[in-house]
Design a protein around this ligand. Structure first.
Ligand SMILES: Nc1ncnc2c1ncn2[C@@H]1O[C@H](COP(=O)(O)OP(=O)(O)OP(=O)(O)O)[C@@H](O)[C@H]1O
Ligand SMILES: O=C(O)C1=C[C@@H](O)[C@@H](O)[C@H](O)C1
Ligand SMILES: [Mg+2]
Length: 173
């Protein structure tokens, strides 16, 4: 079984993913870190030096590799992973993959991301919280249709990490 976490930047995929892997005694993989390690570059530098399309191709390639070769893994996807190429179809068609959308509302995403936008290349240039809210709102409008196809949708507004973990585990155990 592979548990794949999807959701917008800052929704907590990496944070929750690590904890979930510990509880399940699974390996934890973060797709962004897999790409970063393989390319020997931070994601921000990769965007700067090689461009977003290069990153999207690598993202699709490493997702394929992981789905082909791994098992008993919690996989935190990148924020955009399900929205490009046939990544979503690939995730949904495999019975060994259980997909979860960590769904956080626009105001909470915006206030959370404004504090840590600097290492996120798509938003690092945005300099007011109002402009960030506008950007994320538009982005979510485009992306929600992909995220919402996850097998399980977990509404995480106001939930602690423990609450979210329990909500996911309910579907897995
Ligand atoms: N349930 C929660 N309540 C409050 N803060 C949280 C919760 N879960 C995660 N966070 C915090 O939100 C921030 C973003 O979390 P995280 O980096 O795990 O998101 P992500 O979905 O992996 O983002 P990205 O797609 O950019 O990699 C972190 O500072 C994390 O500590
Ligand atoms: O939402 C996105 O498109 C991204 C999210 C991050 O996880 C990284 O994958 C990268 O910064 C792009
Ligand atoms: Mg992450």
């Amino acid at each position: 079984m592979i548990v794949a976490l999807m959701g917008y930047m800052g929704s907590g995929k990496s944070t929750i993913g690590k904890e979930l892997a510990t509880v399940l005694n699974y390996k934890f993989l973060d797709l962004d870190s897999v790409i970063s390690d393989a390319e020997k570059s931070s994601i921000s530098d990769l965007f700067k030096k090689k461009g977003e399309i290069y990153f999207r191709k690598k993202e699709a390639f490493y997702l394929n590799e992981i789905l082909k070769s791994e098992n008993h893994v919690v996989l935190a996807l990148g924020g955009g992973t399900p929205c490009y190429g046939n990544n979503l179809q690939l995730l949904l068609k495999q019975s060994k993959v259980s997909t979860f959308y960590l769904k956080l509302s626009l105001p909470l995403l915006s206030s959370r991301l404004f504090k840590e936008k600097n290492d996120r290349p798509l938003i690092s240039h945005i300099d007011s919280e109002e402009a960030l809210t506008e950007f994320i709102g538009k982005h979510l409008f485009e992306r929600s249709q992909y995220y919402s196809q996850a097998k399980h949708i977990i509404d995480i507004d106001g939930k602690s990490q423990q609450d979210i973990l329990e909500a996911i585990l309910m579907y897995l155990i």
